[in-house]
Design a binder for this molecule. Sequence first.
Ligand SMILES: [Ca+2]
Length: 311
Amino acid sequence: MKLAIVLAAAAGLALPAAPALAAAPTPDSSSAVSADDMTTDDAWDDDDTWDDDAPGDDAPGDDAQADDAPADDAQADDEAPVLAATTPVQAAAPTGAQVVARWTFDAGAVNGNVADTSGRGPALTTRTANGGAIRYDNATPSGRYVTFPAACSATATACPRALFETASVASLNPGTRTFRWSARMQLTKAQIVGSANIMQKGVAKASSQWKMQVGKTNGKAQCVMVGAGSAAVHIARSSATVADGQWHKVVCQRSGATLSVWVDDKQVGSTAIPSTLSVSNTLPLRIGGPNFNTKSDMYHGRLDDVYAELG
Ligand SMILES: [Ca+2]
């Protein structure tokens, strides 16, 4: 059954050119902002009821339904996100493909702030809970990288966690435009507790959203989109695991009516989406976790070269 679905999906795949990355960025450390208040933020609803990538849920029609693993069922999902009163500011008219934000981590952090290296994006701030810290390490194929806190035991009463965050900016609200979001990652299956949230802007149940995560059951890279005004969750899943202890570059691409996932520069999955699907919201971009709720889908692996490209 699953094989048939995969084959059918594969047969329908076009062979577009690899997602392009715009010209090399110029390092810019001037965009660092003041340190975050480091407080726990429970404002974001935990939207992982559909995060799991268990066998059998690969059919496009399944995307909107809850397919959470049994372990997720006990989780409270009732905290409504606090939405800013302002109208989302959306990206301007197309001007050709352009990297609108990029964080390479090569220069480390200053007071927890990671400067954008595209010259166009905001800085990241570091947020922590219970003494969690993001470590800066060397020696990857792409220079310095970051390592997120390890998972805690199920009985831990205080779990150190950490994530990156940046406030909403227009260039990260693609609307209906072609948009790519990418990260390099290294993780193992054992490091995935819930789903491993790599990056997301927006919340599935209460706003539009674009997201990248690694599924718990099979370790597949997942590219997720939810359009404004719709409850439908669209997920493109990679055909194979990325949680194999090796570095992988994952790219999510929305182009017209197709959401696709690329691993190491090869398209390895896609799903149809409405061509009118629009993502624009006032919520922050978060990297490494959705929030600091009691149980959430924190990322526990290594991460590098996170970027977004518009057009
Ligand atoms: Ca790097």
